[in-house]
Design a protein around this ligand. Structure first.
Ligand SMILES: Cc1cc2nc3c(=O)[nH]c(=O)nc-3n(C[C@H](O)[C@H](O)[C@H](O)COP(=O)(O)OP(=O)(O)OC[C@H]3O[C@@H](n4cnc5c(N)ncnc54)[C@H](O)[C@@H]3O)c2cc1C
Length: 530
């Protein structure tokens, strides 16, 4: 058993920033299942939204966020997000994050559904620059112990509290104990056949929380990015929204611009609208993709703003300076997650959640572009402040003894492999961009059968199997939530209920295995100490 003052699970922007913000005199374990630089955060391209220009205002950023969220944002959470953004950006700059500048000032660009230019960026690899600076700082601090290749398996529960987590570090099972455990495990894009997310996005945090009976919210809401590279044999590499912000045009295979037929904002319509429009074009023509033409942006701007996109496209045989790029939608971001209050507290005392795994209420039914890295920073800071002022006893976990983890049990690898291959296609077909009741029911039946077949899997099993178990749990909760919500809103589109229903301006919540509706309200969770 290992004892720490705080354990942070995940090394994306949320986990790194939380670890940096917690008190410097605390001993902190930062666990990550691969390495410090494999995360969605590292892959983020477009940038971070914040009000920094005089023609912009908190009110406008707030209103844009609420509009994208389609009636399900928590206004108080959004207010916190936009008002605390500039201070977090100043901290990043002080830490050495090098955002692009124009004539000495921070350069800002436009992205879909933002009414002002407010996206700070570092070329088209903002995440890489952000993670670089955060990792350097983490490595410099003596109080943070980084444990790579450490898979968090299950939360340690005792006396109604979270006391830490069971971890597999390079094949060795061990309990990491602490009065403060922070889930920062990111999303679950891997439940879908097409995703922009890295392989580590297997919904472990959601599944761990579900097994512990922790409240989850709005799991039906997934954002599909409209423009991921669609070339056989290539990963679904993201062609950033900023490309359209700078003038990139979507055309179908007949060479026609089509977005004007779907939305007055054309290419800059909200993501769900653009994703469905592309999907519609693909379905009506039978094509596997549409095209995005970067040439209207101009060579100089492409070179300066999108060098990485140009490089990756070239690697897969497409020259963005002379031809359009094949693109199709892919699962990108999970708006729902572990229910938290404005200080990252979950319904389980001792457990906090931050970043994509959390549901703070800022994204509602659809995330505004570039608000998610911002959410990681703002709520990481708030967790650290809350912990600092909570009077949590640093030694509280030291007295608990959990049994040593048993030896590994045998599993049917063929079955696990089959589920790993088939499940993402099932979820893509039944709970992708367009959903309907029959498909969701069929999908659920299959998932529940797989869950049953995996019921022999326990915490002693090896990593690939544990991840498949987590994927199946995350997918089941996603489909159940999508079946319950009989309307279309934000990232959730039901062809059998194609319009928003005012009666459904409520959250869905899962707690202790029950799925139900809850009215809009910021979660009120009583702070606990000790
Ligand atoms: C291609 C791409 C581009 C994007 N572009 C932007 C953008 O421009 N702007 C923006 O705001 N957002 C963007 N997003 C979304 C944004 O990057 C993510 O929502 C955000 O980075 C999530 O950060 P996070 O720290 O919560 O999770 P992540 O960055 O995904 O990190 C999760 C971490 O948890 C670890 N982990 C997971 N499970 C376990 C486990 N069981 N045990 C131990 N460790 C575990 C992972 O290994 C990883 O280190 C983009 C996303 C993608 C995929």
């Amino acid at each position: 058993m290992k004892a720490y003052d705080a354990i942070v699970i995940g090394s994306g922007a949320a986990g790194l920033y939380t670890a940096l913000k917690l008190p410097r005199e605390w001993r902190i374990a930062l666990l990550t299942k691969e390495n410090l630089t494999l995360s969605s955060s590292q892959w983020a391209q477009g940038g971070i939204a914040a009000v920094v220009e005089p023609d912009d205002s908190f009110r406008l950023h707030y209103e844009d966020t609420l509009a994208a969220g389609a009636g399900l944002c928590e206004p108080e959470a959004v207010r916190v997000l936009v008002e605390e953004a500039p201070e977090r950006i100043r901290e990043l700059i002080a830490l050495g994050v090098e955002f692009d500048r124009y004539q000495g000032r921070l350069a800002v660009t436009l992205e879909a559904a933002h009414s002002r230019r407010r996206i700070l960026h570092a070329a088209d690899a903002t995440g890489r620059e952000l993670v670089r600076a955060l990792v350097e700082e983490v490595r410099d601090l003596g109080n943070i112990r980084v444990v790579e290749e450490a898979l968090a398996i299950d939360l340690a529960l005792d006396g109604g509290r979270c006391r830490g987590v069971l971890v597999d570090a390079l094949g060795v099972r061990e309990w990491y104990m602490s009065p403060v455990t922070v889930l920062a495990t990111g999303g679950a894009g891997q439940v879908f056949a097409y995703t922009t997310n890295p392989a580590v996005a297997t919904g472990d945090g959601i599944a761990m929380a579900a097994r512990a009976g922790v409240a989850l919210r709005d799991l039906e809401f997934v954002q599909f990015h409209p423009t991921a590279l669609a070339i056989d044999g290539a990963p679904r590499f993201l062609i950033s929204e900023a490309v359209r912000g700078e003038g990139g045009q979507l055309v179908n295979l007949a060479g026609e611009r089509f977005m004007g037929r779907y939305h007055p904002q054309g290419e800059l319509a909200p993501r769900d609208v653009v994703a469905r429009a592309i999907f519609d074009q693909m379905q009506s023509s039978g094509a596997t993709h549409v095209l995005i033409d970067l040439r209207p942006i101009g060579e100089a701007t492409i070179e300066q703003r999108f060098p990485n996109i140009a490089h990756v496209c070239r690697k897969f045989g497409v020259d963005v300076f002379s031809e359009a790029v094949p693109v199709a939608p892919a699962a990108h971001y999970w708006m729902g997650g572990v229910l938290t209050d404005l200080d990252g507290r979950t319904s389980l005392p001792g457990l906090f959640a931050v970043g994509e795994v959390a549901s703070t209420g800022v994204h509602g039914a659809n995330r505004l572009a570039s608000n998610s890295l911002l959410e990681c920073l703002v709520f990481a800071h708030r967790i650290a402040e809350a912990v600092r002022s909570s009077g949590i006893s640093r030694t509280a976990a030291g007295i608990i003894h959990f049994p040593p983890a048993a030896a590994q049990s045998p599993v049917n690898f063929e079955l696990v492999q089959r589920i790993r291959n088939e499940m993402p296609w099932l979820v893509w077909r039944t709970c992708g961009i367009i959903r309907e009741a029959d498909g969701l029911r069929r999908g659920l039946e299959q998932l529940q059968m797989w869950k049953q077949q995996l019921s022999g899997v326990d915490a002693t099993t090896e990593r690939a199997t544990l991840e498949v178990r987590n994927l199946v749990i995350a997918a089941e909760l996603l489909l159940k939530s999508a079946l319950l919500r009989t309307e279309s809103r934000g990232g959730h589109y039901r062809s059998d209920h194609p319009a928003p229903d005012p009666a459904w301006q409520v959250h869905t919540e899962i707690a202790e295995g029950r799925l139900f509706q809850t009215p809009l309200a910021v979660a009120k969770i009583r702070p606990t100490s000790g």
